[in-house]
Design a protein around this ligand. Structure first.
Ligand code: PGA
Length: 225
C-alpha cells in the first residue's frame, strides 16, 4: 500500500543549505522503498533550488501554503500562477501554525483548496480533532475526495509529545466519516524511531523537525514501510 512521507521545512534554511540538503537527499532517495511517495515542502523562495537538486530523484515538491486568490493585486501572496512551471504537485493548507499565527480560518483553507485543485495540485489539509467536521463542512463537497488530510494534534507538533497510535486510529475514522475514504496522514514529532507505528494505522506522515537533515529524513522514509 502506498504511504506518503511529507517533509515540511517551515521557514528554516537559506539558499546554500537548501542546495546541500537537496544534493545529499538526491543520493539517498533510492534507499526509500518505491511505495513511499516522498514529498518535500521547502519555503517558496527555495523551491527552484530544491526542484533542481531533486530533478533526477523520485521526490515530489509541495508548497507550505498558497494564496486563496487568483493572480492579481495581492501583495505578498503566492498564487497558483506563480507556481506554474515549478513542478509543484502538493500544497499543505491550513497548518495549525498558519491558523494560529496568521489567523487563517476554515473558509480561507477552503478557498486555498479550490485554488490548488484548479491547478491540479493535491491539497494536504491539516486538521486537529476539534475542527475536522467544521473544516470539512467549509469545503466544496465535490472536492473532499481530492484531498489528503493530515491529523496534526497541536500539542504534538515540535514538542516530542507524539500522540498515541490509538488516538490516530480514532481520529482517522472521524476524518474518513467527514471527508470520505481519503488518505489520512499523521503529523507531530514523527521521527525514525516512531514512524513505523503510525504508518501501520494510517497512510503516511507529515514530518517537520526530522525532515531538516537529509539523512534523518531518509531513515524516516526507510522505516515507514
Ligand atoms: P514536527 O512538525 O515533526 O516538528 O513535530 C510536524 C508538523 O508541523 O507538521
Amino acid at each position: 500500500m502506498k504511504k506518503y512521507l511529507i517533509g515540511n521545512w517551515k521557514s528554516h534554511k537559506n539558499l546554500a543549505e537548501a542546495r546541500s540538503w537537496a544534493a545529499a537527499f538526491a543520493q539517498q532517495t533510492s534507499s526509500i522503498p518505491d511505495q513511499v511517495e516522498v514529498v518535500v515542502a521547502p519555503p517558496f523562495s527555495l523551491l527552484p533550488t530544491v526542484a533542481d537538486g531533486l530533478a533526477d530523484s523520485q521526490a515530489k515538491l509541495a508548497v507550505q501554503d498558497l494564496s486563496p486568490f487568483d493572480a492579481g493585486s495581492y501583495t505578498g501572496a503566492v498564487s497558483i500562477r506563480n507556481l506554474d512551471g515549478l513542478s509543484v504537485e502538493y500544497a499543505i493548507v491550513g497548518h495549525s501554525e498558519r491558523r494560529r499565527y496568521f489567523k487563517e480560518t476554515n473558509q480561507d483553507v477552503a478557498r486555498k483548496i479550490d485554488q490548488a485543485l484548479s491547478a491540479d495540485i493535491t491539497p494536504i489539509v491539516c486538521v486537529d480533532e476539534d475542527y475536522v467536521t467544521s473544516q470539512a463542512a467549509a469545503i466544496n463537497e465535490d472536492y473532499l475526495a481530492d484531498c489528503l488530510v493530515a491529523y496534526e494534534p497541536v500539542g504534538a507538533i515540535g514538542t516530542g509529545n507524539n500522540v498515541d497510535v490509538g488516538k490516530v486510529k480514532e481520529v482517522k475514522k472521524q476524518i474518513n466519516q467527514n471527508f470520505g475514504e481519503v488518505p489520512v496522514l499523521y503529523g507531530g514529532s514523527v521521527n525514525p524511531e516512531n514512524v513505523a507505528e503510525y504508518t501501520l494505522v494510517c497512510d503516511g506522515v507529515l514530518v517537520g523537525g526530522a525532515s531538516l537533515k537529509p539523512d534523518q529524513f531518509s531513515v524516516v522514509g526507510q522505516n515507514s514501510v
